[in-house]
Design a protein. Structure first.
Lengths: 165, 301
């Protein structure tokens, strides 16, 4: 099995936490919304994607992320259902893991006559370990993953920003 | 534009095709800094047998042609090559002849060196070496892709060798590094068209496994899920052009830790392939590939 790997991009996130704390201090007693909507880059959805999570317990959520990207005419569609689990949680920071499946379809259109292009579909799985920083309504995540499928195994990194309405 | 692309790697439109290349041009009509160099006919060439062995090797600038020749001569398979495609070879006025000429002389072959670009006070390009006389040669400038990182002029070199009952056309190519599959086909296509029916086409296709975001970030995740390696895409395209190869897309031809990539390959059309392989020869960051084509059976193929 071929193993591929890509250089991960380091990126730091910082939230204007103090202002958020003041604004939400009076409502801390309220439970956060069970719904999380997010956008991500280089995450479960490939180049970029949209995701949704539903918390089923304080530490466990079910989610799905999907994407459609056109990269130099190559069309890539992905769908990733997964389970999100919080491993360690502080007041604003958390360590989490995601485990799920990945389905992808890629269509390479032909730029020339006499060749029809190429379409492939496949599936695989992933496991991620990540860090989350959250306020009442805003969630930022950075994660590192290992992705495995028909093409081999590769490390991957993703970044997401989401809202809990 | 390039700086913006470097920062915003998620932008997928940073690569731009600036031209369609140029038609095949006979080497004798080419002048200037990129004029090809054509060697004399080989001193003595044994009659061609029924099998012609073609090899291809990216020699990573070929700074030591004598060392390359020793590596080839000491090899098991490439030493028996009748025709050798060479990529990433250079020529500088301060050196005693082009590196292609020196390599060819050391191997007792003739050659055509086709520079693709000026490099310092010299040139950088591809060369085809042959034990048999080269009766015609033409160069085709391939489509140019502007990219954030190291855009390069690329070319293809077609030679006709006098081996066997019929002349045989052999095409040597070297494609860009960080192209996605659509652009790679777009760059290769001119080299695979307007050829004789009987032909061998090979070289360094740089057929890495990935789609590229902005020619900077390989989408390794997508490739891991799908296994839609560009080597497979090229095989599919070449089959549509009625070329075949017997070197698996699963093998690796470049010395990169962990990553496996068949970026070098050889294809034949209207010629049965009887054997092929990769030989692990020192002297470059690539390993040479070789393939045998049956000339005698080709008439009835």
């Amino acid at each position: 099995m071929r193993t591929a790997w890509v250089t991960s991009i380091a990126m730091g996130f910082a939230l204007p936490a103090s202002a958020e704390v003041r604004a939400t201090a009076s409502t801390h007693a309220q439970a956060p919304s069970r719904h999380l909507f997010y956008v991500e880059a280089f995450g479960k959805g490939g180049l970029y994607g949209l995701g949704y999570e539903l918390a089923i317990t304080p530490r466990l959520s079910l989610g799905a992320a999907g994407s459609f990207a056109v990269v130099r005419e190559q069309q890539v569609l992905t769908l990733a259902p997964y389970v999100h689990a919080t491993l360690v949680r502080g007041e604003r920071n958390a360590l989490f893991t995601d485990v799920g499946a990945l389905f992808a379809r890629s269509h390479i259109p032909s730029p020339v006559e006499g060749w029809d292009g190429m379409t492939d579909s496949g599936g695989g799985g992933f496991v991620s370990l990540g860090w989350e920083r959250a306020t009442r309504h805003l969630v930022l995540r950075a994660s590192g993953s290992v992705v495995a499928g028909e093409g081999g195994v590769t490390p991957w990194a993703g970044f997401a920003i989401g809202v809990r309405p | 534009m390039r700086a913006a692309c470097s920062l915003l790697v998620v932008a997928a439109g940073c690569t731009e095709q600036l031209d369609d290349g140029a038609p095949w041009q006979p080497v004798e009509e080419m002048t200037g800094a990129l004029a090809p160099e054509v060697g004399p006919a080989p001193a003595a060439s044994a009659p061609a047998g029924c099998t012609l062995r073609v090899a291809s090797w990216n020699v990573h600038f070929g700074a030591d042609p004598d060392g390359l020749a020793r590596a080839i001569a000491g090899s098991t398979e490439v030493a028996r090559a009748d025709v050798l495609f060479v990529q990433e070879i250079e020529a500088y006025p301060a050196e005693a002849g082009s590196r292609a000429a020196r390599l060819a002389a050391a191997l007792g072959m003739t050659w055509v060196y086709a520079p693709a670009r000026v490099e310092g006070d010299g040139t950088h390009g591809i060369a085809t070496l042959s034990r048999f006389p080269i009766t015609a040669a033409a160069v085709r400038e391939l489509p140019y892709f502007d990219q954030p990182l190291r855009p390069r002029e690329r070319n293809a070199l077609a030679v006709t060798v006098d081996a066997g009952a019929q002349p045989l056309q052999l095409v040597n190519v070297h494609l860009d590094v960080r192209l996605g599959p659509v652009d790679r086909i777009r760059q290769l296509d001119p080299a695979a068209t307007d050829l004789d029916e009987r032909a061998v086409l090979g070289g360094d296709f740089n057929s890495n496994p990935y789609a590229w975001a902005g020619s900077l970030v390989p989408l390794a995740e997508t490739e891991a899920i799908l296994g839609q390696d560009q080597a497979r895409v090229l095989d599919d395209y070449m089959i549509a052009r009625r070329f075949t190869s017997s070197i698996s897309p699963e093998v690796t031809t470049m010395r990169v830790p962990i990553i496996g990539m068949r970026i070098d390959n050889l294809y034949a059309r209207a010629l049965p392939i009887t054997a092929s392989g990769i030989e692990y020869v020192d002297g470059s960051d690539h390993w040479p590939v070789w393939t045998d084509v049956a000339l005698c059976a080709a008439a009835a193929y």
